[in-house]
Design a protein around this ligand. Structure first.
Ligand code: HPA
Ligand code: ZN
Length: 337
């Protein structure tokens, strides 16, 4: 593995960063998965924790999603959701991720008969505790599963009504191909009416047309992934002129075979064209690394330099849903490095 400059390593670890593309269900580590499977007597097709790690070899998005939904099936009671969130927020503290905007997938749980009250209480308890203990800043993005129907998304939005004061945005995830953003145009219009911000996965496996659709039909504030935008020069110009953030997830893209190798990742091409690129972990337990690991992989294989690390960290705040005052505070902190 190529070696990168040790001072870049230190900079990555010590800079304050925001994380904007993170699925809380994707932070379920094999240890917690096996412990909860034993607690609730869930039969998983793994005998040991090592078996779980061996299974994490994916050919594409769908092969990952199949295991991701299987893993999530061990999350049953309030305490399970609390521990899932707590473990991740402790990792944020360790990585200097001072602010995080996390996706959660209600339908993954409501479809199994687990009510909003159960997971929202567990999430909120951990978020409040982390805020109190070390000032961790965090907010929630409620994501709709795009392989399910528009009706199911509308039902989910209605069920979320009592919790809208602690939900900042809606998102769109799961199987992209065959489920274009326009399928959810009316749901996103309703979410906008309710005062929610909007993000959507587009251009991970899907073509540039899906990114156009997310912009036009869903009126999004950010595109999750969006790496296939490089195939359409007009789209690239549009992203640059709008300064539309892309939440890119390098290790995820390698694990799901979007690129063959990190040295072939197009993050620097996007950055050099002036796209508002950010770095994120997506589903760190499944993809082999948390936020700092993603930055380190870019340093090792794309030789990103200290200036680029600072630009990416700054972009993570600029592209966030923080207030201008909070953004400026963190941007000033980065300038001091
Ligand atoms: N893409 C789509 N859906 C997802 C992902 C992803 O990377 N992670 C969790 N759900
Ligand atoms: Zn994602």
């Amino acid at each position: 593995m190529p070696v990168h400059n040790p001072s870049t390593t230190d900079l990555i670890n010590s800079l304050p960063k925001a994380e904007l593309h993170l699925h809380i269900e994707g932070t379920l580590e094999p240890e917690l998965m096996m412990a909860l499977a034993a607690k609730h007597q869930v039969n998983l097709p793994y005998a040991t924790i090592d078996d779980v790690r061996v299974a994490y070899n994916f050919d594409n998005l769908q092969s990952f999603l199949d295991l991701y939904y299987l893993g999530a099936s061990v999350l049953r009671d309030e305490d399970d959701f609390y521990h899932l969130m707590w473990n991740y927020l402790c990792k944020c503290r360790e990585d200097n991720v001072v602010h995080v905007e996390m996706m959660f997938d209600p339908q993954t749980h409501t479809e199994r008969g687990i009510d909003f009250a159960v997971f929202m209480s567990g999430f909120s308890r951990a978020m409040t505790q982390a805020e109190k203990e070390w000032g961790q800043s965090s907010l929630l993005i409620m994501s709709f599963l795009r392989h399910l129907s528009e009706d199911s998304a509308f039902e989910t939005l209605a069920a979320a009504a009592p919790y809208l004061s602690v939900i900042t945005a809606v998102g769109l995830d799961s199987s992209e191909l065959g489920n274009p953003p326009e399928k959810f145009a009316r749901v996103f219009a309703k979410a906008k009416e309710l005062g929610l911000m909007r993000v959507a996965h587009a251009g991970e496996e899907g073509p540039p047309e899906y990114i156009w659709s997310a912009l036009h039909d869903l009126d999004v504030h950010r595109i999750d992934h969006g790496v296939r935008s490089v195939e359409d020069p007009t789209l690239m110009q549009e992203l640059v002129s709008r300064q539309m953030p892309l939440t890119v997830c390098p290790l995820s893209n390698i694990k799901l075979c979007v690129f063959d190798h990190m040295s072939e990742h197009n993050l620097l091409t996007l950055l050099d064209h002036g796209v508002m690129v950010t770095v994120n972990a997506d589903d760190p337990s499944y993809f082999g690394g948390y936020l700092n690991d993603n930055y380190h992989a870019l340093a090792a294989h794309l030789s990103i330099n200290e200036q680029q690390v600072k630009i990416l960290a700054s972009n993570s705040f600029k592209a966030s849903f923080l207030s201008d005052e909070q953004k400026n505070y963190w941007l000033q902190q980065i300038l001091a490095y």
